[in-house]
Design a binder for this molecule. Structure first.
Ligand code: ZN
Length: 270
């Protein structure tokens, strides 16, 4: 065993968990920096006492990075990990399904740029949170980019085309010369993409309480070149100053990511 860091329980650390957890299949959570039993209990709708007894933990201040924590289901604790897996709500919804998340633009291509805000930066914020929420539901997630790097449109499509039983979701923010234009819109280029776009857009417009600009057909290269159901989500207009002020907030990124994840969860996979 290599030496591991001891994590101290703090409220700040508990809050940090929200976007840092790693849930593996089977109701197992691998401890990462910032994780606490308190936060895990909240995340998985259980109690600190249950997690302690379930995992034989005596001192909750001594969680270790890399430690695997069994997450019990809502029924009585069981030593069977299979049971824990099936009773964790949502954990297996995405099993066997791949979501290719494409954070639009990147590197030398900033996308839209208004009021000192780069679209490529916002796209990555939402994409990263979307990855987190999809993994909670057991989806396999592939990111076309993780860093602020340039990637051609055909390269993005070719990444998606490597996977079977997959969908492709490209994340963008919008801009136009008319600064009063605002709202969310979702694009598709094929029949399967249309269904996915409808499912995602319904949740996005509702949960983010945005002006609904609808689901639209567009032969964008990244949609046309992708073989699986593909959509391009425009989460809001950064050319509208009040919408931009909202779009840069962490809470908006979370809400948008949760909405898109919910739309994917409700999509009838074929
Ligand atoms: Zn864009």
């Amino acid at each position: 065993m290599y030496p591991v860091k001891t994590i101290r329980l703090t409220l700040v650390a508990a809050l940090m968990l929200l976007c840092s957890g790693t849930l593996l299949y089977g109701g197992i959570h691998t401890i990462r920096k910032g994780d606490t039993l308190y936060a895990l209990a909240r995340q998985y709708k259980t109690s600190v006492a249950t997690l302690k007894s379930y995992n034989g933990i005596k001192d909750h201040r001594n969680l270790q990075i890399g430690q695997r924590i069994k997450i019990p289901g809502s029924s009585s604790p069981s030593s069977s990990s299979t049971k824990a897996q099936s009773s964790y709500p949502g954990s297996t919804v995405g099993r066997g399904k791949t979501v290719v998340i494409d954070a639009g633009h990147g590197g030398k291509d900033w996308g839209a740029y208004r009021g000192g805000v780069k679209e490529s930066y916002l796209n990555m914020k939402v994409a990263s949170k979307l990855e987190y929420y999809l993994k909670l539901h057991g989806y396999r997630v592939v990111m076309t980019r993780r860093s602020d790097s340039f990637l051609s449109l055909s390269r993005r499509a070719s990444i998606a085309n490597r996977y079977r039983n997959a969908i492709f979701v490209s994340i963008h923010f919008n801009a136009t010369r008319n600064t009063w234009v605002r709202g969310a819109e979702t694009f598709y280029a094929g029949a399967a993409g249309r269904q996915l776009a409808s499912s995602i857009h319904r949740e996005l417009a509702r949960k983010c309480r945005m002006k609904n600009r609808g689901v639209r057909f567009a032969r964008f290269a990244v949609l046309v070149q992708t073989k699986c159901p593909a959509v391009l989500v425009e989460c809001g207009f950064i050319s509208n100053s009040s919408e931009r002020a909202r779009c840069v907030t962490s809470s908006f990124h979370t809400t948008a990511a949760q909405a898109i994840a919910e739309g994917i969860r409700k999509y009838r996979w074929r």
